[in-house]
Design a binder for this molecule. Sequence first.
Ligand code: ADP
Ligand code: MG
Length: 273
Amino acid sequence: SPKAALARPDREARARRLAGNNVAVEVKELRKNYGRQTVLDGIDLTVRAGEVVALLGPSGSGKSTLLRCINRLEGWEGGTIRVGGRFLGTDEGGRALSPRATAQMRAGVGVGMVFQQFNLFGHLTARENIAGPLRWVQGLSRLDADRRAQELLERVGLAHRADALPRHLSGGQQQRVAIARAVAPGPSVLLLDEPTSALDPELVGEVLEVIRRLAVEDGLAMIISTHQLHFAGEVADRIVFLAGGSIVEEGPADRVLNQPRHPLTARFLSTMA
Ligand code: ADP
Ligand code: MG
C-alpha cells in the first residue's frame, strides 16, 4: 500500500529543513517542442530547498524531458528555469553558454543527475567515476577528490568496491556509484530519472534505500521520476502528476496516492496498483 508514512522523527527533521523556504528550482511556463510536437506545455513547478518531489505519469508524458531541461541537457522554446536563483545555461543577457561553461555552471549552482541507465564511465573504476569529475569540473586536488570519493562510496555501502570497473558491478551497485557521483559536488538539487527501472527487481531495494537516506539525512532537494508508488509515498513530500506534457495534479504524496482528484491520475494509479 502507498499509505506508508515516515516515522515521526523523520517528519520533524524534514519540517525543520523545509522551514527555511529557500527555492531550489523554479520552472515557469516551460514549453518544449520536438519538431512540431509539444512535449512540455506550460510547466510551472517550484521545489523548495530540502523538498522531495516525485514525478509520476505515463510513459511519454514528458518526465525525462522536464528533468533534462532542468539540467540544461535540452534547450526549450518558452519559459524560464532557475536553479538556486540563477538562470542555468545562459549568461545574464540570456545568451546560451558553451557546453563547458554550462557544465561548470551546473556544478556551481548544484544540479546532480542520475539516469535510468547509470551512465558511468565504463573504463574508469568506481572511485575514478566519482573523483574524476571532482578534479575536472570542481578543480579538487587528486588527494581531496579521492578522499571525497571514498567517503561517498562508504555512504552508499561500496567502499570495498572502489577499484572495480562498472562491468564488474551489479546494476544496483552501478546505480549506487552513479548516485554517489551525482551527490559528490554537494548539489542543492538532485534529479533522478527512473533510477530503478533498469534494475532487476531484487536490486531495486538497495538503490531506493540509498536515495531515501539522502533525502532524510542530507535534506537534499530531489525531483525523482519513478513508478515505485510505495517509495514515492514514503519519501516524497509532494507528488506531481504529468500527463501529455502538463501537470494535471499535484499535492501532498499521501493525498495524491490515496485520493487522486484528476481522472487521469486515478486511472494511472489503478493500473500501477
Ligand atoms: P517520459 O519520460 O514521461 O516517458 P519523455 O520526456 O521521454 O517522457 O517523452 C515525452 C515525449 O517526447 C514523447 O512523446 C517522446 O516520444 C518525445 N521525445 C522524447 N525525446 C525525444 C527526442 N529526442 N526527439 C523527439 N521526440 C522525443
Ligand atoms: Mg522517461
